[in-house]
Design a binder for this molecule. Structure first.
Ligand code: GLN
Length: 454
């Protein structure tokens, strides 16, 4: 095939469905088509041997792209054109992918439904009355709708895995430190990770292979050897020991989701794996600890949006103090302000020990829960979310109900381990996600188990 035809296909599909799905915030059609034309002439060269060469990709709009508007779905960055590329973008360029556009998300990645975007909602391609999940809702919906074969998202508390589950695609949150965060607009720096959203586990492994690895620009990226993930896709799970946390199959989980997970475990048993019920006793404190810690980090990270250095600046200020206040009041949305206030409060003197320090202690306990289980088992399996996609408007007025969405994904971020969501069934025409969690830097085993279903 010609590369220009692949890119044509992508824009043709966008032309057909984008009006309904609304996954994109910015399309980069002219550049994408020009690059595709150049690439047609490179077919047969060494460069074209890369498995990703010429493939269209969509990028979540909190990953900076040189010269291509990057908004984080926030009014405060509405006209922000970055002057450099994120490390993952450099790596993608080197492998020959073609960026089609930037994808919608919850503002600054705060949310679970993409309803917090400062621009417009995104709709679930399986049912337009349902949310696509969030915060990487655009990244998951664009892949599910066939607009792009794959995309990048980011996951701080579930934002790759939960929308992947809701849209019936494959989404991986890598081990904290495996993928460089340089050029990912920071929300909660000790949790944030960029990861691939794809249709198949194999595609996912190819994309992770491309973006993983230590980066001198990110001091939290870890200097480990990146294994060949493709070698893990053997389908062999014989002798594998699986742990199923009882907290992940309790009353909060809908019967359809529980049945799909149990059916998936049966498949793995049939292939020679064994599973046992275990406990992650502190996971029930995960949501509380996560929202406290992530909001604290966010309140600090988002202080850089002051109307001086980036993006929007209020036209109505009489002095510097007013410039800060009005820029931020006018530029940030409701949810972002809520998090900044919560985080500022938790970090303020006199409250630090009672809230921030306590939450860090809980984080340590949760990490230890995982270590205890992984001392005896190879992977942990459960649902990605307690229910399939909910209706648009259903939870948006009740932040605590929205936060509860992340019950089963957040502990993974607190522990820093990798987790994938793969499709494992349907309920009322909406996809259900199976979550497979691995040891630190053991993405290989996570992929091996996920691939056994393909
Ligand atoms: N829904 C969670 C939150 O609002 C997770 C977001 C994310 O992973 N970026 O914080």
């Amino acid at each position: 095939v010609k590369i220009s035809e692949l890119v044509d296909e992508s824009f043709k599909r966008i032309g057909e469905v984008e009006e309904k799905v609304q996954a994109f915030l910015t399309l980069d059609e002219e550049n994408a088509r020009a690059k595709a034309k150049q690439f047609d002439d490179k077919m047969g060269t060494e460069e074209a041997n890369n498995p990703l060469f010429g493939l269209p990709i969509g990028i979540k709009d909190n990953i900076v792209t040189k010269g291509l508007r990057t908004t984080c779905a926030s009014k405060i960055l509405e006209n922000f054109d970055p002057i450099y590329d994120a490390t993952v973008m450099k790596k993608l360029h080197n492998s020959g992918t073609i960026t089609i556009g930037k994808l919608n998300m919850d503002e600054f990645a705060m949310g679970s439904s993409t309803e917090n975007s400062g621009f417009h909602k995104t709709y679930n391609p399986w049912n337009l009355d349902a949310v696509p999940g969030g915060s990487s809702g655009g990244s998951a919906a664009a892949v599910a709708a066939g607009e792009v074969p794959f995309s990048l998202g980011s996951d701080t508390g579930g934002s790759i895995r939960q929308p992947a589950a809701f849209c019936g695609v494959v989404g991986l949150k890598p081990t904290y430190g495996l993928v460089s965060r340089f050029g990912l607009v920071a929300f909660a720096s000790s949790f944030d990770q960029i990861g691939p959203i794809t249709r198949t586990v194999e595609d996912n492994a190819y994309l992770l292979q491309t973006i993983a690895g230590v980066d001198p620009h990110d001091s939290t990226s870890v200097n480990v050897e990146v294994p060949n993930y493709l070698h893990a896709l053997t389908g062999d799970v014989k002798g594998l020991k699986i742990a199923v946390p009882k907290e992940y199959l309790n009353e909060g989980v809908s019967p359809e989701v529980r049945e799909s997970v149990l059916a998936s475990l049966k498949v793995l048993e049939g292939l020679g794996a064994t599973w046992e019920e275990v406990s992650l006793p502190h996971s029930k404190y995960g949501i509380a600890a996560y929202y406290l810690l992530s909001s604290s980090e966010a309140s600090s990270n988002l202080s850089r949006f002051d109307g001086v250095r980036y993006g929007y600046r209020t036209p109505n200020a009489k002095n510097l103090m007013e410039l800060y206040k009005k820029t931020r009041s006018e530029g940030f949305g409701e949810e972002v302000k809520r998090r900044i206030m919560l985080g500022t409060f938790a970090l303020s003197s006199g409250y630090y020990d009672a809230y921030y320090k306590k939450a860090q202690q809980v984080r340590t306990l949760i990490k230890k829960d995982f270590e205890d289980v992984f001392a005896k088992y190879d992977v942990i399996i459960g649902p990605t979310t307690p229910t399939p996609a909910f209706k648009i408007g259903e939870k948006i007025d009740d932040p605590l109900t929205m936060y509860a969405e992340d019950l089963l994904t957040i502990p993974v971020n607190l522990a820093g381990v990798p987790g994938i969501s793969i499709p494992c069934g349907f309920a009322n025409g909406l996809p259900i996600g199976l979550q497979i969690i691995g040891k630190h830097f053991d993405e290989g085993t996570v992929y091996r188990v996920a691939h056994a279903f393909e």
